[in-house]
Design a protein around this ligand. Structure first.
Ligand code: 8YV
Length: 327
């Protein structure tokens, strides 16, 4: 008998077709995110669920589905899943690491560069018909070459971002829970480990690449923003909630930092409306890993995790290896 799988978000049709060859699949064809209550109901009788970072897999949803064997996240970040509750319930949890490192690093640079050189702001101005004549002081921005790049969170994506700075002759400083190995630092353009305070004070461009957890909640708030240079730019491609958005809005409005490029927000997609009133911010809808090739690689990675879990093998990206999986 085929295992029953809920695919909670629409993915590429051919990926669903391939899954249907192996499993009895119910796939969300609506352009909506299932709430925990809807998930709880849709998952009844399912052996596994495939979700993205937007679906919240709470302890209550997990407990209400005693037949569930696996939760396969199509994302590297998994703060949307109560992993402890899943482990206690004998449910395997998997994610999709590595396949998105380079694409997400590309995107961090997209935001950094468009911010530093005020690309979106000047384009909006041009589209609004304001360009009457060339001015010497039009949209003066910050240099990237030769500047100090700060990275908070030197994991695999942080290293990929830092490595790209070689071509710009940048000086790289970073802070992380634990220091990277000498090999990782060398790979990351000879990144230098500094305290969080030194990072905030020293960075011309600061990129946040941290997972969200209770420990990283509002790790960038009013006090941290106050340490940054008034000319500094900030990029968040990690998770909403690691930045205190209200404090950031105040810092941007009062020009206590120059600008921010944000792909993630607290309470997204309902971002704080004041962001929309600021010109020194680039706002995008959580598209950091969004290249065709990478989204396919993420879908394939999640499919491989699912297939392993359903055939009683250890999935390649099992997050809770201590789990006593159900037969
Ligand atoms: C996902 C992400 O594309 O991998 C992550 O953690 O945030 C993104 O790459 C998106 O959240 C869908 O799961």
């Amino acid at each position: 008998m085929k295992a029953k799988v809920l695919v909670a978000r629409a993915t590429f049709p051919d990926v669903i077709e391939r899954l249907q060859q192996k499993f009895e699949v119910e796939s969300n064809q609506e352009d909506k995110i299932f709430s925990p209550a809807e998930l709880l109901q849709k998952m009844q009788g399912k052996d596994a669920v495939v979700i993205t970072a937007s679906e919240k897999m709470t302890a209550e949803v997990i407990a209400a589905n005693p037949q569930l064997k696996a939760i396969c996240n199509v994302a590297v970040g998994y703060n949307n899943i109560d992993v402890a509750a899943a482990t206690a319930a004998g449910v395997m949890v998997t994610n999709t690491p590595d396949v998105l490192n380079e694409t997400t690093a590309d995107y961090a640079w997209t935001l950094l560069m468009s911010n530093a050189r005020r690309v979106c702001e000047s384009e909006h101005w041009l589209r609004a018909g304001h360009w009457k004549h060339w001015r010497f002081d039009s949209f003066l921005g910050a240099d990237i070459h030769g500047a100090t790049l700060g990275i908070l969170g030197m994991g695999r994506i942080g290293q990929a971002i830092a490595r790209r700075s070689m071509g710009f002759d940048m000086n790289v400083i970073y802070h992380n829970r634990s220091r990277a190995t000498p090999e990782q630092e060398a790979y990351a353009n000879n990144a230098r480990y500094v305290s969080k305070e030194e990072l905030l004070r020293g960075a011309d461009h600061l990129i946040l690449v941290l997972p969200y957890s209770p420990q990283t909640h509002h790790i960038i708030g009013a006090a941290e923003l106050a340490l940054m240079k008034p000319t500094a730019t900030l990029v968040n491609i990690a998770r909403g909630g690691i930045v205190d958005d209200v404090a950031l809005i105040a810092a941007l409005r009062e020009k206590r930092i120059a600008s921010a490029g944000l792909d993630v927000f607290e309470n997204e997609p309902a971002l704080h409306p004041d962001f929309l009133t600021l010109s020194n911010v680039v706002l995008t809808p959580h598209i950091g890993s969004g290249s065709e090739k990478t989204r396919r690689a993420m879908a394939d990675c999640a499919s491989a995790n699912l297939a392993a879990a359903m055939s009683g093998q250890q999935p390649p990206n099992l997050l809770n290896p201590e789990v006593k999986a159900k037969k």
